[in-house]
Design a protein around this ligand. Structure first.
Ligand code: B12
Length: 252
């Protein structure tokens, strides 16, 4: 493990010391922040602080200075949200504070969205994306959508709290060969399986490849519920969608 004192941002150093109690988590975050530039640490710090104005400003500034959108997403925004998640889990902060951080995340995403979503190529396929019923988390789904659009996919975003019927209707309406479902709660994860079952019941399962993701979802869970693929992050989401496209093309 690198030394925490080598992290340039003082706020980040204090957050790690004060809130990260599990040794393995502390080591992991120290290493990740050591890999992040001081600019990215500043963005992460502002996000953890729930300061959307500063995230907005620093993200725009970093882009103007030539920092890659993906670097800002991974080393600034997502890394910062990782600390927020731990503080939330350990009851150091509660929903209102997390909402402020989510707002800050969205302020940063609003700058990187046009860049990541702009593929400049002809559309390569259609994907339906949504967060499952009962679940209001949409940050990760929205990142996946940006990356999919950036890779040339046309994405129809069904938003959050999406019912089985809404997923099926959208797949039929847009004749989409790919469906992606996101879930962040262990209580809503089973709704992915229920949606897959609904596709089977309506005799629509063969028409669509289904991928799933979200922090609590695992490959095993995805296999058990009969999904075609699981992706741990937005990059894997794009890889999966491209693989599905290839397989669908091969079937013709
Ligand atoms: C932000 C947040 C909120 C915000 C959401 C704001 C928003 N607009 O999304 C608010 C404050 C609203 C919220 C509410 C709640 N939350 Co919350 N929340 C979080 C938090 C801190 C971060 C989630 C996040 O955005 N992560 C960052 C993104 C980038 O990561 P991601 O979502 O995992 O997405 C990535 C991958 O998973 C993947 N991916 C995502 N979707 C998909 C889809 C496909 C197809 C693929 C391939 C990949 C993929 O790619 C993404 C990009 O890399 C998590 C903590 C955590 N560790 O996840 C808790 C967390 C998910 N929340 C939790 C809880 C308990 C709640 C509440 C029940 C709290 C309450 N008492 O009310 C409510 C539930 C509301 C509801 N019905 O949904 C728990 C869930 C615990 C559990 N076991 O189920 C967590 C884990 C916190 C904890 N306690 O540890 N939350």
């Amino acid at each position: 493990m690198g030394s925490i004192s080598d992290i340039s941002n003082e706020f980040i150093r204090e957050e790690i010391e004060e809130y990260l109690e599990r040794p393995e988590e502390k080591t992991r975050f120290v290493d990740m922040f050591l890999e992040a530039s001081s600019k990215m640490q500043d963005i992460a710090a502002a996000l953890i602080d729930g300061d959307h104005h500063t995230v907005d400003e620093l993200t725009e500034q970093a882009l103007n200075e030539g920092v890659e959108a993906l670097e800002i997403m991974d080393d600034g925004l997502i890394l910062g949200m990782g600390i927020v998640g731990i503080k939330f889990r350990e009851n150091f902060i509660f929903v209102p504070e997390v909402l402020a951080c989510a707002r800050a995340m969205k302020a940063g995403m609003s700058h990187i969205e046009p860049i990541l979503s702009d593929s400049g190529i002809d559309p390569i396929g259609t994907v339906i994306m949504g967060t499952v019923k009962g679940d209001l988390h949409d940050i990760g789904k929205n990142l996946c959508i940006m990356m999919l659009r950036g890779a040339g996919f046309v994405v129809h975003d069904l938003g959050v709290d999406t019912s089985e019927e809404e997923f099926m209707d959208a797949v039929e309406e847009f004749e989409a060969p790919i469906l992606g479902m996101s879930a962040l709660l262990t209580t809503t994860m089973p709704n992915m399986g229920k949606t897959i079952d609904a596709f089977i019941d309506e005799d629509l399962r063969e028409d669509v490849k289904i991928m799933v993701g979200g922090a609590p979802v695992t490959q095993t869970f995805a296999d058990d519920m009969g999904a075609d693929g699981y992706g741990k992050d937005a990059l894997e989401c794009v890889t999966l969608a491209k693989e599905f496209l290839q397989e669908t093309d091969d079937d013709w």
